[in-house]
Design a protein around this ligand. Structure first.
Ligand code: MG
Ligand code: MG
Length: 253
């Protein structure tokens, strides 16, 4: 899984310099495709329930599952890119949100909160904690910010398949409390908060994929594949020169 995770991170490292005003999301997806091919992995998203691209690219009001196309990035945009790769029969899944050019204060804040929520979730990925304990940390960070916590989409267990049990929502519900359990060494989770600048509401566009905020406000999505180990959380979707927690100069991570 570390091998697959590193391929995802290396792909982010390759595309990061492209994320500038004027580039289209299709051009970014083409670079994702080339990188996955070069690394010898398999794109998990292409053909997944019919998804037509190698990555999900969601700009501004798009929350998740954006389809790459002719949309050009412009200064001030926030672009969330989600990449899944299979290698040697195991999966890695990660999403990074990037700022394009000069972002507005509010846009920067949405991204900061989303990254902080992911960081809290990762901190909670330790043996002895419970799934609800991990999730309540994520929820606390987002609720304290007053921003919108997206409830319709969830993180997940990951292994030989991209989506395995358990589901990892970003909020605790009575239903989740009923099926809570203690986290054990060896469990690997894809933790992925989605944070909206305005209200929590989302809707899916007519293309059947692209999820947008109902109020048109900007949204961020940050995800890592994280192994629970005796030594603490091990973030598997890191590349060369990257560490967890991220160094201040880390791009997108
Ligand atoms: Mg993902
Ligand atoms: Mg995922």
């Amino acid at each position: 899984m570390a091998e697959a995770g590193e391929m995802v991170a290396r792909t982010f490292q390759k595309i990061a310099p492209m994320i500038e005003p004027g580039v289209t999301t299709q051009e970014i997806d083409d670079a994702v495709r080339d990188s996955i091919l070069d690394l010898g992995g398999k794109a998990l998203f292409l053909g997944y329930h019919g998804f037509p691209a190698h990555s999900c690219i969601s700009v501004n009001e798009e929350v998740v599952h954006g389809i790459p196309g002719s949309r050009q990035l412009k200064s001030g945009d926030l672009v969330s890119i989600d990449i899944g790769i299979e290698s040697s029969g195991f999966c890695g899944d990660s999403a990074r949100s990037f700022l394009v050019g000069e972002p507005a204060e509010e846009t920067l804040n949405v991204l900061t909160v989303c990254r902080a929520a992911l960081a809290r979730g990762i901190e909670g990925a330790v043996p002895g904690n419970t799934l609800c304990g991990l999730i309540s940390g994520i929820e606390e960070v987002i609720e304290a910010s007053g921003l919108g916590l997206v409830r319709e989409f969830v993180g997940h267990g990951i292994g030989r398949n991209m989506h395995e049990e358990p589901q990892v929502p970003n909020f605790v519900s009575p239903d989740l409390e009923k099926r809570d359990f203690e986290l054990r060494e060896g469990l690997v989770l894809a933790i992925e908060p989605m944070v909206n600048g305005g209200g929590a509401g989302v809707k899916t566009l007519k293309d059947g994929w692209t999820v947008v905020t109902k109020d048109g406000q900007v949204s961020a999505h940050c995800e890592h594949t994280v192994a629970i180990t005796a030594e603490g959380p091990r973030v598997l979707t890191l590349g060369p020169g990257e560490s967890w927690p991220p160094l201040p100069e880390a791009v997108g991570q």
